[in-house]
Design a protein around this ligand. Structure first.
Ligand code: FMN
Length: 262
């Protein structure tokens, strides 16, 4: 990577992708780069000269969330800047994030350096306790993410190619129905006995799908990212009729990270 600094934009539903992004950022810093971790849902700031672009987001519906794509589609011209992608997933990616992102970056004049896709625990429909296995999966991500960071530093990183399903997954992610389907599979409900009316769920929702009245009210454009459920302090948000447990791998304050933009 030729640039001396990196703006690394991340979206994380429940913390998994932030953990991977932090690991890569730490390695880049050890290699002498200045790295800023910035929340993608706050939009992009102007890219400085001598600054590479990093993108990190969740694999969702084999691609990533539509509001993340919206920000990426509005990226400024790259003018030869390096770019890389970090993503986390629970099982499989068919390339529905990395392949269309590569095309988009090239069209905008970025130089795509490489992709780091990491397996992490699933962050939805969690029943029972898999804490031991989760920890193992998270610990296994760390050396892999650090290795990806070194590959970026040393110019050895690779942008993994697409699969025959990449374009279909990208097309699907741009439609409303897969997200409606996910949100319908995971319909959220608030337990009024537990809710402390703190409004964190509404503040954290990346698509402003929660309106805080006396109690949180869910609107109709949830993308099922699991943030509200994961970070509700008393665990008052649950999936209707299911015994799914709360899942998060970082704490509320960590979500903001180093990015204090309003
Ligand atoms: C709505 C939704 C869709 C998902 N779709 C996929 C998928 O297509 N493939 C996969 O391997 N994991 C999928 N997952 C699991 C997440 O990618 C995985 O747990 C990820 O590490 C969560 O990262 P985050 O906490 O940073 O959001 C999905 C999770 C959610 C909530």
């Amino acid at each position: 990577m030729k640039e001396s600094s990196v703006d690394l934009y991340y979206f994380t539903g429940t913390g998994n992708t932030l953990l991977a992004a932090r690991e890569v950022a730490e390695t880049l810093r050890k290699g002498g780069k200045t790295v800023r971790l910035l929340r993608i849902e706050k939009g992009l700031r102007p890219l400085e000269e001598d600054c590479a672009l990093g993108i990190a987001s969740t694999i969702a519906v084999f691609s990533t969330y539509p509001f993340v794509w919206k920000v990426l589609q509005d990226l400024p011209e790259g003018r030869g800047r390096s770019a890389f992608l970090i993503s986390t997933m629970a099982g499989a990616s068919v390339g529905g994030f990395r392949a269309p992102l590569k095309r988009l970056l090239e069209k905008k004049g970025y130089v795509p350096l490489g992709t780091g896709e990491f397996l992490m625990p699933s962050n939805y429909a969690r029943t029972g306790s898999d804490d031991g296995k989760d920890r193992e999966t998270i610990e296994a991500m760390k050396p892999a993410a650090a290795a990806f960071g070194r590959e970026l530093l040393e110019g050895r990183a690779k942008w993994k190619g697409g699969t025959p399903l990449s374009s279909f997954a990208y097309w699907l992610a741009g439609k409303k129905f897969p997200w409606r389907f996910m949100a319908r599979r995971l319909p959220l409900a608030v337990d009024r006995e537990k809710c402390i009316q703190c409004g964190k769920c509404a503040r954290l929702c990346p698509v402003k799908n929660i309106r805080m009245e006396t109690w949180p009210v869910f609107l109709d454009h949830c993308v099922a990212c699991q943030r509200c459920m994961g970070f509700c302090p008393p665990g008052a948000i649950s999936v209707e009729g299911k015994n799914y447990r709360q899942y998060r791998t970082v704490e509320y304050g960590d979500l903001v990270g180093e990015d204090h933009r309003k």
